[in-house]
Design a protein around this ligand. Sequence first.
Ligand SMILES: Nc1ncnc2c1ncn2[C@@H]1O[C@H](COP(=O)(O)OP(=O)(O)OP(=O)(O)O)[C@@H](O)[C@H]1O
Ligand SMILES: [Mg+2]
Length: 276
Amino acid sequence: MYVKFVEQMALRSHTLWSVGIGFKALVRVITIYNQSGGVMKTSLTMNLGYQLALHGRAVLLIDMDPQASLTVFMGLEPADLGQTIADSILDNAPLAMHQNVHRMDLLPSNITLSAVEMRLISAMAREWRLKRILEPIQDQYDFILIDAPPSLGVLSVLSLVASTHVLIPIQTQYKSYKGTELLLDSVKQVQEQVNPDLQIAGIVPTIYASANAQDKAILAAIQEQLAAIATIYPPVPRATAFADASMEHLPLALYSPNHSAVKVLESIATGVEALP
Ligand SMILES: Nc1ncnc2c1ncn2[C@@H]1O[C@H](COP(=O)(O)OP(=O)(O)OP(=O)(O)O)[C@@H](O)[C@H]1O
Ligand SMILES: [Mg+2]
C-alpha cells in the first residue's frame, strides 16, 4: 500500500517535472531608476524589454511616469487613454492592459498619474499600492520592467517597493554621475525601510560618446568607483537612431536591426536574464 503511494507520488512529481509546473523561475520585477532626467531610462526600458521578448521571455512594461514617454514610444496616445495605471493605483480599477505591443504587454500612463503624489499623501500603506495590484498577474511574466519618473518621489518609491531589482542607467556625463550618491542613498532607504529584498541589478552607462574626453573619464570613474556595488554593464553608445526609433514607435532592434547598439542591448538582456 505504502509502496504504491510512493510510486504514485513519484509518477506525479515526474509528470510535474516534465511539464515544468512549479519550476518556472520567479518573476524579476525591475525598476529602471535614476532621479536625473534624460539619462535613457525610458529608452532602456523599452529596448531591454524587447530584447528579452525576442528571447521568448514574457515581458510586461509599466509606465510609472506622468510624462508618459514610454506610453508614447510604444505608440499609444496618452491623452486618448480612458484608463491607465493611475486608475488602478488610486481606485483599484482593473488593470488597463495593452497586450502584445511589439511582443510585450504594456500598462500605460498619462498625466493623471501625477495626482497619485497628492492623493496618496495620507493613504494607508500607500507604498504597497503598486506591489499589491501586480500580485495577481505577476506569475504570467518572466520580466516586469517599470519605467520610473526622474524624481525621488512617491511614484519612484511605489515602483521600488514593487520590485525585486533596480537597474540604474547613468549617463556618462558629470551631471548625471554627480547624482549617483543621492540615487544610491534613496535605494538604500527603500531597502532599509520598506523592501529589504530589493537588489541592485546593475548599472548601465548610457549615451556614451567614445570620442568625448568627459564621457571617457566618467565611464572610467563609473567602472572604478561603482564596480564594488553592482555589475557595470557595457556602455550604450550615444546614437541618434534611439531617438529616431522612438519617433517611429519602434524598439531599435526593429527600426535598425544591424545597428551596433543592438549588440550592447543584447548583452544587457543576457546579463539581466542571469540575475538571481
Ligand atoms: N543612447 C542614446 N543616444 C542618444 N540619444 C538617446 C539615447 N538614449 C535615449 N536617447 C534620447 O534621449 C532623450 C531622453 O531619453 P529617455 O526619454 O529614454 O530618457 P529618460 O531618462 O527616460 O528621460 P526622463 O528623465 O525625462 O524620463 C530621448 O530623446 C531619447 O530618444
Ligand atoms: Mg523617461
